[in-house]
Design a protein around this ligand. Structure first.
Ligand SMILES: C[S@@+](CC[C@H](N)C(=O)[O-])C[C@H]1O[C@@H](n2cnc3c(N)ncnc32)[C@H](O)[C@@H]1O
Length: 268
């Protein structure tokens, strides 16, 4: 388990982590045309919800190297965050970044494991906001429903969940927009991955070549196994919103959308 309370990072390590985080953000933006706008929207809504809270507490769910948490923290003064994720290598980078800011900690959890919310950093709820980006589509629909139910117990009344993710169109009954979204993704990737920006595989090669993360990369292979490449069945927008409502969130909807890229919100 990675824990930033005992985590030490020197200047060189921090610079390496920041360089990998910058490369991660560029790489992810290649796959998500308006990722920066999506993040900015989430951060602004969190700031609004936390306007009267002295020390807001944020949970970044499946937060990877912590990019979204860092963006939210930049917009919400006095806030602190927990970045929860399953991937030891992404969390090792997040932990180095966290040691540089002192404003967030990392929790290694598998959201498909029913006990994830018992991690001490998460069990110390309530949170004012739970945010997530480009991640929950990796959960089986049944697990997603369970995660939303659990979030209703972790967020304070009046607090919010914000989930930014691709909710892909149905190729059958939404074929026109499915085709436009696919063409848009392909065009964005052609524009981005011309050599200067890492693809997903190139970025992971860069991590593998960084000695600091060798141990985490070794653990990564064991943690994921074959599951790393298996995409679960799609969860529709309707499923997300229904699951959030039935979990007990009283206001739900879409706060931002570009084609199939959505930011959903749920107020407890
Ligand atoms: C594409 S990355 C997005 C990371 C980050 N939210 C961002 O936007 O930069 C997807 C993340 O979901 C995490 N993830 C996928 N399945 C998970 C699970 N079952 N439990 C926890 N994290 C998971 C991965 O480890 C990875 O960090």
């Amino acid at each position: 388990m990675t824990d930033t309370t005992t985590h030490q990072t020197d200047a060189r390590t921090l610079a390496d982590a920041r360089a990998l985080a910058d490369r991660w953000n560029a790489q992810q933006t290649g796959y998500i045309r308006h990722r920066a706008e999506r993040f900015d929207t989430i951060a602004r809504v969190v700031a609004g919800v936390c306007a009267d809270v002295a020390e807001p507490r944020i949970l970044d769910l499946a937060g990877g190297p912590g990019s979204l948490a860092i963006e939210v923290l930049a917009r919400v003064p006095g806030a602190r965050a927990v970045v929860a994720d399953k991937d030891p290598a992404l969390l090792a980078i997040a932990a180095d970044l966290a040691a540089g800011t002192g404003r967030f900690e990392v929790a290694e959890v598998d959201l498909a494991d029913g006990g994830w919310a018992e991690h001490p950093l998460i069990a110390a709820a309530p949170f004012d906001a739970v945010v997530s980006s480009t991640a929950l589509h990796w959960l089986q629909p049944g697990t997603l429903v369970d995660v939303y139910r659990r979030l209703a117990t972790l967020v304070r009344p009046g607090g919010i969940v914000l989930n930014g993710d691709h909710l892909s169109y149905d190729a059958g009954h939404e074929s026109v927009l499915a085709g436009i979204a696919l063409a848009d993704d392909e065009a964005m990737q052609r524009e981005t991955f011309t050599g200067a920006v890492d693809t997903w595989d190139e970025w992971w090669r860069a991590v593998a070549e960084t000695p600091r993360y060798a141990g985490a990369m070794e653990r990564r292979a064991g943690v994921w196994g074959a599951e790393l490449h298996e995409a679960p069945p799609k969860a529709t927008l309707g499923l997300h919103l229904q699951a959030l409502r039935s979990a007990g969130f009283r206001q739900t909807g879409t706060v931002w959308q570009y084609l199939d890229d959505h930011v959903l919100y749920a107020v407890r």
